[in-house]
Design a protein around this ligand. Sequence first.
Ligand code: FAD
Ligand code: NAD
Length: 472
Amino acid sequence: MNKIETDVLIIGAGSGGLSVAAGASQMGAKVVLLEGHKMGGDCLNFGCVPSKALIATGKAAYGQQHAAQYGVADAPGDVDYAAAKDHVADVIAQIAPVDSQERFEGFGVHVIREYGRFISENEVQAGDAVIKARRIVIATGSSPLVPPIPGLEDVPYETNETLFDLRDKPEHLLIIGGGPIGMEMAQAHVRMGCKVTVIEGEKALGKDDPELAEVVLQTVRDEGVVIEEDALAAQVSGTAGAIKVEAKDGRVFKGSHLLMAVGRKSNTDKLDLEKARIKPSKTGIKVDDQLRTTNKKVYAIGDVAGGLQFTHVAGYHAGVIIRSMLFGLPSKAKTSHIPWATYTDPELAQVGLTEAQAKKKHGPALEVVRFHYNHNDRAIAERKTKGLIKVMVVKGRPVGASIVGYQAGELINLWALALANRMKMGQIAAMVAPYPTIGEINKRAAGAYFGPRLFESALVKRVVGFVQRYIP
Ligand SMILES: Cc1cc2nc3c(=O)[nH]c(=O)nc-3n(C[C@H](O)[C@H](O)[C@H](O)COP(=O)(O)OP(=O)(O)OC[C@H]3O[C@@H](n4cnc5c(N)ncnc54)[C@H](O)[C@@H]3O)c2cc1C
Ligand SMILES: NC(=O)c1ccc[n+]([C@@H]2O[C@H](COP(=O)([O-])OP(=O)(O)OC[C@H]3O[C@@H](n4cnc5c(N)ncnc54)[C@H](O)[C@@H]3O)[C@@H](O)[C@H]2O)c1
């Protein structure tokens, strides 16, 4: 038995664990990092990176097929599915060194490639090592949720952990779940020449503003994806190449392949949490607002904490706990300023309150300003005029922003900054944006807030009239 003592032990080398390891080790703490599977976790290997690479393939194919609008001949945009997967693997390989064992060992981190499990309140066993730590961080992420739908256990299906390795192009991909994974993969696959049917139990992209989500759903439908809503998958049958999904209301869908995209399950099974007096929650591990578990020397961050499940949230959590673990300073995790984006085309992005949430919270104090992409000159030049921004404003400050359209995921950054710093609409309006940029949409949204105050105000008109008449 190899006994190790350390300041910080991190379980899981994904987005959250690696951020803590990099920060803590470079600030002088002794750090041990455990990883049972692949360095980089879900985001690099089975999540953000491969999905965005595959979306890029779909975009390239779509671009060829829709080039004539720019005066360039259309082309078939035929996709070699296996070659697209080579592209995905190459993108992962290019980013992998940043998350590699070698890089972290270079920071002085002791990396152990084993799964860890608690054996006491401050000790974890990993292979033949027992690590005793002053503070422990659980950053074990999540896995695809596979619900007990009758028949599913006898049918071959893909998840985000297998899809990016599939090399034979699905003729007809059935996707159960119309959340971000389902919709991003649906559009990527229809653009790569597959037939696609999305089988969604409630409302597709149901966590976003429905008016804006509808712009995405209509576009994806126009591209050929069949999206069936209120279609809770209740029975699955068939064999490889011939799969049948039956919805609760009797609708039947047939396809060659099946992708399960119905949400996530926190990775706690291997941890023996009870040995460390750590309580689970409904969605993961129970944490307080400082991300401490019921054992105050143990933190849980990222997907396993069961809140918003995004890479940037795991990174943000890392910053929050580094402050408290290394410097003993109070540090709380908030969610009101966390943005997210779904990388369909058009993209869909959100930060803070949606219109419905803001109405509920602020009632008549809420003002909603809107600006449409078709008034933005750069969007017109690029032929990307579909979309709009809505900004929810209370007493001159934005409390939420929702954007659907070209580069919405980039545009939301400014509103994430505004919400994180409680900025006023006047500060956004004061920004000079270069012309012609898509980013001008943000400034125009702020302009839409001040427009009526300036152009429809009797007082402003009186003041201007007075100055023109009486001041030389
Ligand atoms: C298809 C898909 C697309 C996505 N796209 C985006 C996106 O575009 N943008 C975005 O922000 N987010 C996206 N996400 C979400 C993002 O991947 C996760 O939120 C993020 O990876 C969570 O980071 P984490 O550190 O909590 O967990 P992970 O990155 O999953 O890391 C957890 C690590 O812990 C290891 N582990 C588990 N148990 C143990 C144990 N007992 N001992 C040792 N090691 C263990 C695992 O092997 C894993 O490597 C996507 C997810 C999916 C599935
Ligand atoms: N762009 C991004 O940032 C991005 C992309 C992909 C994934 N992610 C992360 O991964 C998480 C998981 O994504 P997801 O799309 O798997 O989950 P999700 O929970 O967001 O969506 C799952 C969908 O499946 C539906 N569903 C559940 N059971 C069903 C059934 N039996 N039949 C039919 N439909 C059913 C739900 O109603 C829901 O709409 C996201 O919440 C997000 O945090 C982020």
